[in-house]
Every structure is written in C-alpha cells, then in structure tokens.
Design a protein around this ligand. Structure first.
Ligand SMILES: [Zn+2]
Length: 186
C-alpha cells in the first residue's frame, strides 16, 4: 500500500477535571481498527477520566506534564507519536490546544501510514507468557537492553520473540529519547 497522509483526523476534548466531554466520529473507526472493545464506543466514553485510557505510569506522568503546560500557557503543545496497529505503521501528531475553562482539545492527525506484515506482538488476542518487555508509548520502540530501544520489527528479530512458545506481555513505558523530547517542550 502507498503511503497516505492526512487521511484521518480524530478529535476529542477533556474538561478541567480531565473527563472526556467530546469525541469525534473518527475515534471509533480508529479504535475499532486497533482492536478496541465496546467500552471505547463514543457514548461509553463521555464523562470518563482520560486516565483510564492511557497505559503505563511513566506515560501518564508525561501526559500530565504536557496537559499542565497546555493549561498554564494557553498554548498548543505537539506530541509526535507512533500509533501502530498490527499491520500498519502509523505516524501521528497530537496537538493539545487550550480552549478555555481548563478544557483541552486533542487533535490527532495522521502524517504517514505504511503497511507491513502483521506483528502479532501488537495484537490483543494471543495468550502471553509471564515475561514482560518494555514498549515506548510514544515511538513504539522496544527496549532490548536498559539503554537500547529499537523499532518493533527489528526488536522482534533481535530478541527472537517468535521462537518462544508464547509472546511476552507488553509493559508501556517511555524511552529516554521521547522522555527528553517531551520535557524539552515544557
Ligand atoms: Zn520513545
């Protein structure tokens, strides 16, 4: 498949208490494509805390910093993330915009999409072993050692993940590069 750009824009909004108060239609198509369950259907989201939907304490911590900055500066903060599904590499830019009364609008623009052979590691279905590997919530790199984070496909090869009887579990973290980039925004 050819690379597409700008084919999906998803918007959602939180109030001053970080509760979801608006979700655009695009959300559901996107969530469904990424294997989300019925609790991500827009009517089920209204009034629920944003923090129910962000996995990993480090990731939540970084979002808290960026959300606080957006509110205090009344500015737009940009967060580049990889939002992959098993068979797509997807580069997304999230703009956090202060829209008054502590409300923040999230505008997620797809910058680039590339098809790839499906990566079972990112599927929600298969049974998992008790082993954990760390995946960065922002760039989707995987930690192959304490210091080295590399792309999903390369990490799978390097760690010979498919030779194990069961896939490991994913623990959502923030890699040093994304951590530093987010703090530089502050
Ligand atoms: Zn990262």
């Amino acid at each position: 498949m050819a690379t597409r750009a700008g084919d999906q824009i998803i918007q959602y909004m939180i109030d001053a208490d970080d509760r979801i108060v608006y979700v655009s239609d695009g959300w559901w198509f996107f969530a469904e494509e990424n294997g989300a369950g019925p609790d991500c259907y827009p009517p089920q989201l209204m009034g629920r805390s944003l923090w129910n939907f962000i996995a990993g304490e480090e990731t939540r911590q970084l979002y808290r910093i960026l959300i606080a900055k957006t509110r205090s500066d009344k500015a737009t903060v940009q967060i580049p993330i990889r939002c992959d599904s098993p068979d797509l590499r997807r580069q997304i830019m999230i703009d956090l915009k202060s829209v008054g009364d502590g409300h923040i609008e999230f505008v997620c623009r797809t910058l680039q999409v590339e098809a790839r052979a499906p990566v079972d590691l990112l599927r929600s279905g298969p049974a998992r072993s008790d082993r954990f590997i760390h995946i960065c919530s922002f760039c989707k790199k995987i930690a192959v050692s304490a210091e080295e984070w590399i792309d999903t496909e390369r990490a799978i090869e390097r760690m010979a993940l498919f030779s194990a009887a069961m896939l490991p579990r994913l623990s959502h973290r923030v890699c040093p590069a994304c951590h530093n980039a987010a703090l530089a925004e502050r």
